[in-house]
Ligand binder design. Structure first.
Ligand code: AHR
Length: 325
């Protein structure tokens, strides 16, 4: 039999049911729609061996902050094993995209396959890796072979096509070292009277560049007309060694290097270095643009190239204040 009490209870139950249904259709704080989710990117950096590397790290951190990307940053202290550990930890954390600057070219197959199995795209930043192309999505960075060729052409102008060169190579096994060497040697083929008389790794650092240049000067002294350094930091180290040896860098021994950091512009402005072939480290914007597209399931170009120039001593003073790194 219908009573007022039963009627009120029934109406209350219906109202409660309706309000629960309405709540269920709203996104709750813990169940945000995918489009509002922060992009999570893991970046396995090599270390901080050069002015260039620091500029790259800053560009990546600043861009992530500006775009509101959750960046998981790891510094491998120049060790591949640390980069591999970092990638495994990014996989375990289920990041959206993994990016890395591979310290050396080889030895990445296994860990890249692990990322692929976990459906996490890999982006190579600034240095290449010798792996099957299906294991990474894109390479963002420079044409290191072309940089080496440009350095050879500049060297030929400085030496009037003739002279002995010593070479300071980058980190052994790094794409930046292998390709800059290859490009330079290819470029020299057009100049049979220009020869590399000594070549050794200075590990992309000032201290090592200085140490190796000291050894070159000790063994070959005044027989050296020029130094080709795979990066500006090693060239700056070599400049110190040349001065301590009692010769004038940029005059007695020509100095050509790669990167375009402020330090080498200062050296060029002081007449101690001759040419730098630019290699742009400000890759943050391109990295996160690609990462965003990949996370949204879009395709990106296989090689995202950066724009670069060649700078000589005669314009260094004027250009220096405009340099961003
Ligand atoms: O991979 C790019 C190279 O690495 C830069 O030329 C050098 O300065 C850096 O350490």
């Amino acid at each position: 039999m219908f009573t007022w009490k039963k009627g009120v209870a029934l109406v209350s139950m219906v109202l409660l049911g309706l309000s629960l249904a309405a709540c269920g259709s709203q996104p709750s704080a813990t169940n945000q729609p995918a489009k509002d989710k922060k992009l999570v990117v893991g970046f396995a950096q090599i270390g901080a061996e050069s002015e260039w590397r620091t500029a790259e790290t800053n560009s990546i951190k600043e861009t992530a902050e500006k775009l509101g990307v959750d960046l998981k940053f790891s510094d491998a202290q120049q060790k591949q094993e640390n980069q591999i550990k970092a990638i495994r930890s990014f996989i375990a954390q289920k990041v959206d995209v993994i990016a890395l600057a591979p310290v050396v070219e080889s030895g990445w197959e296994t860990v890249f396959k692990e990322a692929k199995d976990a459906k996490i795209p890999i982006i190579l930043v600034d240095r290449g890796a010798k792996v099957d192309e299906s294991l990474y999505t894109t390479f963002i960075g420079s044409d290191f072979i072309q940089e080496g060729k440009n350095a050879a052409a500049e060297m030929a102008k400085l030496l009037n096509n003739k002279g002995n060169i010593v070479e300071l190579q980058g980190t052994v096994g790094a794409s930046a070292a292998n390709d800059r060497k290859k490009g330079f040697e290819e470029g020299l083929q057009a100049f049979p009277d220009m020869k590399i008389i000594k070549s050794q790794s200075g590990d992309f650092t000032r201290a090592k560049g200085k140490e190796v240049m000291e050894a070159f000067l000790k063994s070959d002294g005044k027989n050296i007309q020029a130094v080709y350094a795979h990066n500006d930091d090693m060239a700056i180290g070599a400049i110190q060694a040349i001065e301590e040896y009692g010769l004038k860098p940029g005059v007695d021994i020509k100095v050509v290097s790669i990167d375009g950091v402020k330090g080498i512009f200062e050296a060029m402005a002081a007449g101690k270095a001759n040419v730098t072939v630019e290699c742009n480290p400000l890759l943050g914007p391109q990295l996160f643009d690609a990462a965003k597209k990949l996370a949204a399931g879009e395709k990106v170009e296989r090689w995202i190239k950066t724009e670069e120039g060649i700078f000589r001593a005669d314009t260094a003073k004027e250009v220096l204040p405009t340099r961003k790194y």
